[in-house]
Design a protein. Structure first.
Length: 336
């Protein structure tokens, strides 16, 4: 029986098709080796991509949530720093000033009170603290300042106390400024929004609020007490030195209570920070779980892909050799 003859052209074309197919397979295997991903997701998902898309959608949502939690944690930390600054500025006028006033030691009392004006500026600065380009204590109005600048606020206050004839009148005027719902602080001192800044989503349907507003009672108390001490020390009233001592006594007593109030604020914020930390860990764990599920669908077996790549390289080399030999065939070589 005679074997069917195959022409050189037919053989060359067949080798060309094999070469093209092998090159395409090498590119596929090379992609899987380099990227670690399967090249055909339709095949990898059995023709149904909905499950993979659902996983990727959930991962994207978790990324957004983790970013929001990270920002909230950083803002809370910055808020803690500024609250500590406020606490320290108020604390310096507590027991030491009370002791000096109770002993009737005007020189010592005025010496302790001499830094009150600077402390007032420092408290206002802390309340106007920012994280990045956003205000920490301005409520929902994160783009603006929380309160007016310290000099303007102090000027507004002493405009009310300059003619006050005694300590009772001075204290009443300052209290009206800070605590009256239509007083100076409420109408022109506080520039923030009455609504809190947006909270951070820590889980589906769970949002945690972490902002402290500049009109919080503890912060108004801090401003009120230090402002009174500065007014007494600077003589920004029409009363006597005895009135100044009475003002300092009332303010120093209030300062001790205010320190505790600020500590309470910081403690509450600390609990929020702990919840944010726990939420960050939980959401990161959730993301890792979904990422493993996703990789189980789209990740290529690196060993299998590398083995296939090497085998295809060998096949391609064989095609090149056969093509080269076929191209050198001549009738005279065959007849020899």
């Amino acid at each position: 029986m005679k074997a069917a003859a195959v022409s050189d052209l037919s053989s060359a074309m067949r080798l060309q098709r094999v070469g093209q197919s092998t090159r395409a397979s090498i590119q596929t295997a090379g992609y899987e080796v380099a990227s670690g991903l399967k090249s055909n997701l339709i095949k990898a998902t059995g023709g149904d991509l909905s499950g993979l898309f659902a996983i990727e959608k959930t991962m994207a949502r978790l990324d957004v949530r983790l970013g929001a939690i990270s920002t909230a944690s950083a803002r809370a930390e910055a808020t803690q720093f500024n609250l500590e600054k406020i606490q320290q500025n108020v604390a310096q006028f507590g027991t030491d000033l009370i002791a000096a006033v109770n002993l009737g030691n005007q020189q010592q009392a005025f010496s302790v009170a001499s830094s009150a004006r600077g402390a007032f500026d420092s408290i206002v600065s802390a309340i106007n603290g920012r994280y990045g380009d956003q205000a920490l204590f301005a409520g929902a109005n994160v783009d603006g300042a929380a309160v007016i600048d310290a000099q303007s606020m102090y000027n507004d206050i002493i405009a009310l106390t300059a003619a006050a004839p005694d300590s009772t009148s001075v204290i009443a005027a300052v209290d009206d400024y800070f605590y009256n719902p239509v007083g100076g602080f409420a109408t022109s001192g506080f520039l923030g929004d009455g609504l809190d800044a947006a909270g951070a989503e820590i889980a589906d349907g769970q949002v945690i609020d972490y902002s402290v507003r500049g009109d919080a009672l503890a912060l108004r108390d801090a401003l009120r007490n230090v402002a009174l001490i500065a007014i007494a020390n600077n003589g920004d009233h029409a009363g006597s030195d005895l009135d100044s001592m009475n003002i300092m006594q009332a303010a120093a007593t209030g300062a001790i209570t205010t320190v505790n109030s600020v500590i309470d604020l910081r403690e509450s914020l600390g609990h929020v920070e702990e919840r944010l930390s726990q939420a960050a860990a939980f959401n990161a764990s959730q993301k890792n779980t979904f990422e493993m599920n996703r990789n189980g669908i789209i990740a290529a077996d690196p060993y299998e892909a590398a083995t296939r790549f090497q085998a295809l390289q060998g096949q391609m080399e064989a095609v090149y050799i056969m093509t080269s030999r076929l191209s050198t065939l001549k009738l005279q070589n065959y007849l020899r």
